[in-house]
Every structure is written in C-alpha cells, then in structure tokens.
Ligand binder design. Sequence first.
Ligand code: PEP
Ligand code: MG
Length: 579
Amino acid sequence: MKKSFQLKGIAAAAGIAIGPAYLMGKEEFAIPKEPITEKQIPYQIQLFEEALIATRREIKDLQTRISQEMGHDAAEIFEAHLLVLEDRILIEEVISRLKRERFNVAYIFSEVLKKYIGVFSKIEDEYLKERMSDINDVGRRILRHLLGKEHKTLEEIKEKIIVVAHDLSPSDTAGMYKKNVAALVTDIGGKTSHTAIMAKSIEIPAVVGLGEATLKIKSGDLLIVDGSMGIVIVNPDKRTLYSYQKEEAKIKTLTKKLFAVKGLPAETLDGRRLEIAANIELPDEIEAVKQHGAEGIGLYRTEYFYMNRKDLPSEEEHFRAYKYVAEAMRPYSVIIRTLDLGGDKFISQFQVPTEMLPFLGWRAIRFCLARPDIFKVQLRAILRASVYGRLKIMYPMISGIEELRQANKIFNEVRNELKQKGIPFDPNIEVGTMIEVPSAAMTADLLAKETDFFSIGTNDLIQYSLAVDRSNEKVAYLYEPTHPAVLRMIKNIIEAGHAAGIWVGMCGEMASEPAFALLLLGFDLDELSMPSFNIPEVKQVIRSVTSKQAHQIAQEALTLTTGKEVEQFSQKKLREILK
Ligand code: PEP
Ligand code: MG
C-alpha cells in the first residue's frame, strides 16, 4: 500500500480529476556504475549504437504521428531532436571516455550528458537554452534504451493522466490541447499564471503553487486533484476516493443544470443586459465557446499562435485563423488582442534577451511598437479578415496616451496601405485598449477620447497596482481582486469610459468569479469576458439579481477597508441571492 498524503496549493482551475500522476520533464533514472574490462568495450559500443538507432526510430515514428495529427509545423520540432543523434562530438566523447575510463556505457553516457547540460544551462541565450532542452529530451530517450526502461511521452499515452510538473511553459500547455490530460499540478505559479489560464481553456482542473509536488509525487501515484479547493491527495484511501468520486458526479449534474441557462441572455431581473463573452487562446476552442453560450469573444490571446514553431506565422496564416474565428462566431463579435509577448509568455523566435523583471520589461505593445514590421503583419491580417465577420482589435499593456497614439498611427498606416491597394476591410472596425497598467487606469479619461472601447485586464492590473507577481505562489496571498485599491481603479475606469461615451468590458480572470461578477454588475460594467467554462454560472448570477441590488452591493463594498472583507461580503451576498 502506497503512502497516502495531501498537498495544499493554489486553486487555479475548478473541478475534480482522479487519475495516475505523470511527472513531466522530471524523470530520474538510477544509473548503475559498473567497471568493465577491455574485452567488453566493443560490446558496450555496440549497445550504444543500438540505443542510438532505436532512439532514431522512436523519434521518427513520433514525428510521423504528430505530423498526421497536428500538421507539419508541429512535427518540425523533432528535426532538432534527430540532429542531436548525429552530433559527432557527443558520440565521440562517449566512445573515447568509455575506452579511457572503462565503465558501463549507460554511466559514461549519463556523465557526458550531464556535462553538456551543465555547459548549456550557464549560457544566457534563448536559442541555446532550447538546444539544451532538445539534448536533454533525446539524451533521456537514449538512456532509457541503454537501461531497457520503457517510458511513454505524453503523445504516446492512451489513458487519462494527471500532469505533474515544476512549471509548464505556455508551449507545453498549448500542446496539451485535446490530449489525454485530466488535470495539471505544478510546483510554482499563481491564480492567473499562464498554466491556470490554459487549464481553464482546456476545461481541466488545476492546482498550482504546490512548492514541492514534483519531489513528493512519483509517476504512477494515484492522485485526486481538487481544483476548487487547491488540494492534491496522493494515493488516497478507499473512503476518500469514494467521496471524491461522488463529488465528481455531483459537479457533473450541477454543470448540466447550469447549462440550462447557457442560451439565455445575461439579463438582470429588471432587464439590464450585460454581454457575456469568452476568452480563447486557440481557434480550436470555438466549439466549446459556442456550447457554453458565449455572446462573442472578448479576448483572443493571439500569442499562442506564435508558439511551438521555429518561424514567425506569415500574414496568410494569421489571416486564415482570424477569418475562421470571425466566420465561426458570426453574428457575434471577436476581439483580437494584438501580440502580448513577454512577461510569462516567451516566444523563442524573437530571441528576446532574459530580463531582470520581465513583467515590467519589453513586452506586449512595447515590443510591437519597436518592431512595426511584425506588428503590421498581424494588423493587416486582422483587417483583411474583418470583412468575414465582426472583428475588433485591442492593444495590450498600454501605459499612457503616447503609446496609444503610436499604435493607432501604425494601425492607420496599415489601413491606408490596404485602401490604396484596393484590399477590402471593415472601415468601422473598433479599436480598443486594454486597461491593465495603473497609469492607464488613472488616465482613463484621456485614453477614452482616443479609443473605441476599454477592456480591463485585471490579471495584470492587480499585479502592477499591488506590486504582486501574478505567477509567484509565495506572494499569492497578497493577490486580491477585491483590494480597495483595485475596486477604486475599476470604478474609475468604468466611469471615465462612460463619460466619454465608450463601452467598458473586463477580460481578466476576475470577471469569471460569480461573486465578483456581482460587484462588477453594480459598477455598471458593460461586458464580461471569461473562460467559456464559467459562462453558465455567471449568467445564472446576473439573472438572479436586480440592478438596484447590484448597485447597493457595489456601494457597500466600496465602504469596506480590506480585500478580505470585500471578498467575504461579496460571497455572502452571492449566497443570499442564489439561496
Ligand atoms: C489581463 O492581464 O487581465 C489579461 C486578460 O491579459 P493576460 O492574462 O493575457 O496578461
Ligand atoms: Mg495582461
């Protein structure tokens, strides 16, 4: 009987999942160190050659499968892996050390691999870092063959597993879409880190910020992941397992019930209507978006489009994706957010140097303004696709009016170029601004005069205004959407927008929490955009209250002095309303 224990982390994506653990990128082998005689050397070299051949076959098979399932671009990644197998320096070093030191080849190879990885890990270069991960990946495959161990990659596993990792990069999580992943569990991360956002998109539970999950959990351990409470139970006893299985069934029934409202409008009891839209990361999510009753897409995070590939997407590729989304969502609108690279979303093609404070660094609109060549490709594609549906554009991370003007200037240049060439586009396309930097929140009155709408990005707005890294679990207790400073800022942004006659929405995760949606309704927000999974419950809340009640709740919340008080107060009001 395996030891049973519980780990507490941060609840990142709600729901319950039960399944075996799969430790990603953390597979350790016990490598025997055995002296060999001179006579055994040729046999050890033969073992090494056989392992290289078997690894090549394995990678080739994987490449063919991925190419069939996900297209040629996705399979391209394995080319670099195949190159590692032909690295003469690595191969010769193994053979010469084998002859000189006379230990078994698995041991010698693991030593050479460690040396390589050690050298690469000290170099501050994104390209070389990626080479390191290629070498690591292939090296482990070779070791497995040398040691006769069987290990399946995520692509090769058929059963539903729970991924346990120290951290997951945005490209790791993007690659998990439609895979057999039942839940995500990570050592680091906060409520709005990219792992949490992606888990919600794929509609699987996630617990992040567990600290040492990868040290305590072994591959194959049975896990219960409670994404609502932020708990992971390792090797549960029969009773716990049974009670969670019952809970899982209960959630399914409740979700089904909530689905009854999905097609109804988000309208208060006295007829005030809010627009409820969905956030997406990949065009593949459109089906789920429609199933959950979204009235449009309020945030399309296009940076995922640049991931898991070695080159930049061409204008045609952008265009095809946006045209598809525009047509699929008709008659509803789709807000395409322009590239938000940086922060916790890195893209290796750009070779952005490592920064001390990436969230405060060269990211989002700052990057696009510095690289108008890249920015224009995306803007042109959006404009061209705008005739196929109702597209809107939104700039991320605007910190003041100058940046907005510069972005609009580039946008107008692109418009004029298309006009001159006679290429059609929607001349009335709305161009909005994300308000996610405190300086933008405080100058919202100025920005509102030169933009068509606001969408409040609370994930970043909270981290910047409270000085709390959104992906750092150690300070996650300070990350409070209900902090009085945040509430006042939100109120200010909405009032400034309305005074200038523009609509104001919210696409940060705060919009997806039913209790907070109640407050936001009371602040007169016009649109809420969230992971599609949350849409039915938020609609249900809005349909259960009058605007007068919501106004009173929001007013009272503003008189409270701490984030905790506001949180408890709004949860209490929510319970009263839903009874
Ligand atoms: C936000 O900051 O609230 C937001 C929606 O953008 P992202 O999470 O992609 O930074
Ligand atoms: Mg943001």
